[in-house]
Ligand binder design. Sequence first.
Ligand SMILES: [Zn+2]
Length: 220
Amino acid sequence: MKRFIDLSHTIEHGMITYKGLPAPVICDYLSREDSKSVYAEGYEFQIGKIEMVSNTGTYLDTPFHRYENGKDLNELILEKLVDLEAITIQADYRKGIEIGKDFFVNRNLRAKAVLINTGWSTFWRTDTYFENHPFLTEEAAIYLRDQGVLLVGIDSHNIDDTRGKARPVHTTLLGAEILISEHLCNLDQLPENGFTFTAVPPKIKGMGTFPVRAFATLKQ
Ligand SMILES: [Zn+2]
């Protein structure tokens, strides 16, 4: 038997994910009422429409997000997205928002999805979420890159420190084709290891970021 833990936030009309970026607009393209004139008696359907920026909800960053010639969503292979062996790193925001290399040393990181549980997702959809959030240091990103991780996920507003304008963690990880997943949730429900991580975006050309249904699979 497998057990799944959903690590994704729900995307809703009017919901702001990232400060300064617009909320999604979710509406009918074809309403049930209007569809009645299109189909035979007794049939009705709804066709929805969503207008949103790519950085909405729980999402995945690919190299194209940072680099013009980096791999986009369309170029990702499923081997890097599905059932990745994963580990959880505990980095409680109440003990400090700067997550350095020390959190990762002496852990078996090679070819793993590394999920960082900061607890910050408890502030999702509050003003607190957007500022002074937990982030990785550049040194930590370089260490993770050098250890050969496949993906780094975090339950924070950004994996980089957003108090300045540089983004060294995105630069380091995406520059090495290491995927990033931000705005995860429920990481407190994960064991330290012995589970896999899956986060698959749609196959879109010319886009570098998109919402994912991220989840963990626990082997019972
Ligand atoms: Zn990002």
